[in-house]
Design a protein around this ligand. Structure first.
Ligand code: IPE
Ligand code: IPE
Ligand code: MG
Length: 239
């Protein structure tokens, strides 16, 4: 079985993915970049299935960053429609599998109203599920999230001596979301690209050379096996 060698008692509770390499996958085939995004859909949902199979409780996926607006308008438009399509195509199936869908990111004027509506509907439809929480980071930036948290502290008039890590955490987009245990970035890039900056403080990072459209649950299992070989110390010493 593909999940062989994974200790099911030590599966990371929260896995966060940076789905990268769609454009390069398409270019290698002489296709437009958007075809790479389209091909990434199967990768995304095979990864969700794999995560369910081994009992991951929280899966977070980076779909569109606050910096991705810098891309050509056609690609941005494609990604908006594509993400809406993903929701209409997969939300019932995710719901039937016990997946709770959430979104993290800024709901600013650039995100089409219709997409926001689909996001809200997907969240409402699946809110009662608790087998796994799938958080889709959309128009998400780690710095923006921290700025939003700090603004909310100010709006609430929190006294300076009450500003601590707990107060900030409570004002992140999803305060109940545990920090990722494992972050997987594909496409051979070794950077964080403004992902979950607060939450990644002690995450284990695994980088894969696979381009996202080629990523499958077996690649997730490889990353989990690598995670299980790591020793997490949180600044302490080995006991
Ligand atoms: C990731 O693939 C998808 C998004 C960022 C939306 P890219 O589109 O970044 O693909 P590359 O990195 O250019 O190959
Ligand atoms: C990170 O990938 C964002 C997403 C996967 C949505 P990018 O392709 O945007 O990151 P950079 O530009 O290579 O750092
Ligand atoms: Mg990229």
């Amino acid at each position: 079985m593909a999940a062989d060698g994974i200790d099911l008692g030590q599966v990371p509770a929260h896995v966060a993915c940076v789905m990268d390499g769609n454009g390069r996958w398409a270019r290698a085939r002489g296709l437009p970049r958007t075809e790479g995004h389209a091909a990434g859909e199967e990768a995304m949902f095979d990864t969700v299935e794999g995560a369910l199979e081994i009992g991951v409780k929280w899966l977070t996926m980076f779909a569109f960053s606050t910096e991705n607006w810098r891309r050509p308008p056609d690609e941005v438009r494609y990604l908006m429609n594509f993400n809406e399509g993903i929701l209409t195509r997969h939300r019932d199936d995710l719901d039937s599998k016990g997946v709770r869908i959430r979104f993290a990111g800024r709901r600013d004027w650039r995100v089409p109203k219709r997409l926001l509506r689909h996001m809200d509907e997907s969240t409402a439809l699946t809110a009662h599920n608790h087998r796994m929480t799938l958080t889709i980071c959309f128009n998400y930036g780690g710095r923006a999230e921290i700025v939003d948290a700090v603004r909310s502290l100010a709006v609430d008039g929190v006294q300076l001596d009450k500003v601590d890590e707990r107060a900030i955490r409570q004002r992140l987009y999803w305060p109940d979301m545990p920090d990722p245990d494992l972050v997987v970035r594909t496409s051979g890039e070794y950077r964080i690209s403004n992902y979950l900056l607060w939450q990644l403080a002690y995450s284990e990072l695994v980088f894969s050379d696979v381009l996202w459209p080629d990523f499958r649950r077996e690649n997730l299992f490889d990353a989990v096996r690598e995670y299980q070989r790591r020793e997490r110390r949180y600044g302490g010493v080995k006991r």
